[in-house]
Design a protein around this ligand. Structure first.
Ligand code: NG1
Length: 366
């Protein structure tokens, strides 16, 4: 039996906060190369309600996972969703802020493990809730940095900064341009008269972690061989052609992907934006080699649907979802017709992020 917040808190919680997931439109595998990216926030969010626990224990509970975690003030959460929350708490304490034992209630309408960064949403919502409850100063960029450290140091996922920056600073109707080195960021409107849809391939991302770390290592080696701090510093795209395979192909993807983001962030037509998304997918497929046949097939089915301007895999790859840029009013129908073509031979895709409605941030103490 799952608990509702009233039962868990024995009344109303002191604070409610929330944060969205993210869908990346351009700039894939560029964040850990100090590069550029353009994500948007999902309409789906993770809600975190918290109160002081009033005893000597931390209590975390999630009805979605039907999981609960309890540990003493100086103890630690076992692995699982508790490690993200504990990471946020410990890192806030490391900033010199006194954090009393808390009750934390987590509810989400983000699909977990589908590449929409439900983990970043959990971290950002937890930090927002703590900021509201305890009243400490923490700007949204610093908050994203702490969230990323929670993921790396406590959940043990060696990620870049994109997901946490997007969850902390992006909205649903604009893209967030991010420079992963300087953390400079700004909102960039989506091309006029377009809308987005995200479709899941139905293939779980199995090899993602090991292949992700392998790609990171290849990029670092490529940068070393080219004598630059990170692949972001390669000014002339032809410079990568001197590298041996497969470093050449990996670096080619990163350098050109950064150029695609920079072009798109200046404001391009919807048609050009769609082309850049298609090129990004081909580069991820051929040079970065993180696509799989199902993602290629789903993107192709989306591109063939009326009203679709471009489609690409989104997130780390090796399974997961594709995002399509569509003419306004046509996304839902395009996804349905793409899925009709894709769903065969046992494949089963589904719409993961519907066309967003106008919904604003709602982060408020109660
Ligand atoms: P997802 O799709 O959430 O696994 C991962 C990294 C990002 C970024 C992208 C590739 C994590 C938690 N996040 O995203 O930082 O590098 O891959 O662009 O691993």
């Amino acid at each position: 039996m799952t608990l509702n917040p009233d039962t868990f808190f024995g009344g109303a919680p002191e604070v409610n906060a929330s944060a969205p997931g993210r869908v990346n439109l351009l700039g894939e595998h560029t964040d850990y190369n100090d590069g550029f990216m353009l994500p948007v926030a999902t309409p789906q969010r993770t809600m975190v309600a918290i109160s002081r626990s009033g005893d000597d224990h931390f209590h975390f509970y999630s009805p979605n996972l039907d999981a609960s975690v309890t540990f003493v003030r100086d103890g630690s959460a076992p692995q699982g969703f508790g490690s993200y929350i504990e990471g946020c708490i410990r890192l806030v304490q490391a900033e010199g802020i006194e954090v009393p034992p808390l009750r934390v209630y987590v509810e989400t309408d983000l699909p977990v493990g589908s590449g929409l960064s439900s983990s970043a949403a959990l971290e950002v919502a937890t930090l927002r809730a703590m900021r509201a409850l305890l009243g400490f100063e923490l700007d949204d960029v610093k908050l994203a940095r702490i969230a990323q450290r929670a993921e790396i140091e406590y959940a043990r996922v060696n990620c870049g900064i994109m997901d946490q920056m997007a969850s902390s600073l992006a909205d649903e109707s604009n893209m967030l341009f991010i420079d992963a080195r300087t953390l400079e960021h700004r909102l960039v409107p989506l091309p006029a008269d377009t809308e987005l849809i995200v479709v899941d391939s139905g293939v779980a991302r199995k090899l993602a972690a090991s292949k992700y770390n392998e790609r990171r290592a290849e990029c670092e080696e490529g940068a070393r061989k080219l004598g630059v701090q990170a692949l972001r510093d390669v000014a002339d795209p032809s410079a990568v052609e001197s590298l041996p395979a497969p470093l050449r192909e990996r670096a080619r993807h990163v350098v050109r992907e950064n150029l695609r983001v920079l072009e798109a962030a200046q404001g391009v037509s919807a048609e050009r934006f769609g082309e850049l998304m298609n090129d990004s997918h081909f580069s991820l497929r051929d040079d970065y080699e993180v696509s799989i046949p199902e993602l290629d097939a789903l993107c192709e089915a989306l591109r063939a649907a009326p009203g679709v301007l471009g489609a690409r895999l989104t997130g780390a790859g090796f399974g997961g979802a594709c995002v399509a840029l569509c003419r306004k009013g046509q996304a839902q129908q395009a996804a349905a017709s793409a899925l009709a073509a894709y769903d065969q031979d046992g494949r089963q895709g589904r719409i993961l992020v519907p066309v967003p409605t106008d919904r604003k941030d709602h982060d408020e103490p109660v």
